[in-house]
Design a protein. Structure first.
Length: 276
């Protein structure tokens, strides 16, 4: 779920516009380091995560896709709460490896979870579709929020559920903040418009929620701290000077503009069941 999201974090939606040169060939290096301490690669608390998952009310053996799953923590939590099956897909091999290790350590004999290192757009949907799709901060993996909605409508069974997390503007962004993001204002909408876009694709809205300031501070604080710890403990890494500059610039922008401007919403949509 770095699913990782797609809301303007430096390694997510706007990465293609604000990249930096790395000495290594690992394009996920910064993101992997920055999310070292995160369970969820998004501004999400454990309490809110549980509430969102419990609202799914899935039947036993339901099949759930976590698209852009990151460390698949939300999907693993769901499988712990309910007797369902899960498929997590992400292109960061380090996150997939960590998710596999965590799941096997806690559930060595449980085969309900499948984790795949591949682009979501190349993922083969089962012939009869998914009962539920999770996509938290990873709509960019589909090519954008509207494409995520459109594809999910196709991949879901009748009556299926989509729990999607997407960024939104709390207020119009300043030109200076957009310059830091490497973005344009039209790349995100408002919280209400995000929900309306789901309705426009044919979904019904079952519930919505937003990340709180505390959840944002926790996410961004751990993000910055993890990078700075790495910088301090790896003085010989040729990437650390760039990492330090990048994270300090990013966190300053969060404090000056981002905290008041960039929001993150969760939307639970239901696909119509024409069989009823």
């Amino acid at each position: 779920m770095d699913c990782s999201g797609a809301i303007g974090w430096p390694d997510n939606r706007f990465t293609h516009k604000a990249t930096m040169t790395l000495a290594s060939e690992d394009r996920f290096k910064f993101s992997t380091i920055a999310h070292t301490d995160h369970r969820y690669c998004s501004p999400l608390s454990a309490a809110k995560a549980e509430g969102l998952l419990r609202s799914l009310r899935l039947t036993p053996d339901a099949l759930v896709l976590d698209a852009g799953c990151g460390k698949a923590a939300l999907l693993r939590d769901l499988l712990t709460l309910a007797p369902v099956r899960g498929v997590g897909v992400d292109i960061n091999p380090s996150f997939i490896a960590e998710a596999k290790q965590e799941w096997l350590a806690q559930h060595p004999a449980d085969t309900r979870l499948t984790l795949i290192d591949e682009p979501v757009e190349q993922h083969a949907c089962p012939a009869d579709g998914y009962d539920t799709i999770l996509c938290i901060g990873s709509s960019h993996a589909f090519g954008g929020f509207d494409v995520c909605l459109e594809t999910s409508m196709k991949w879901l069974k009748p009556g299926g559920l989509l729990l999607v997390g997407e960024g939104y503007w709390k207020q119009p962004p300043s030109a200076a903040y957009l310059a830091v993001l490497g973005a344009t204002q039209d790349e995100l909408r408002s919280h209400a418009e995000n929900a309306a876009r789901g309705v426009a694709q044919g979904f019904a809205v079952l519930r919505s929620a937003t990340s709180s300031d505390d959840e944002w501070d926790e996410y961004e604080g751990m993000y910055c701290h993890a990078v700075m710890r790495y910088v301090a403990s790896h003085p010989g890494d040729p990437d650390v000077a760039g990492f330090r500059q990048r994270i300090q610039h990013w966190h300053a922008a969060y404090l000056q503009w981002g905290r008041a401007t960039l929001g993150f919403g969760y939307y639970l949509f239901e696909k119509p069941d024409d069989r009823a």
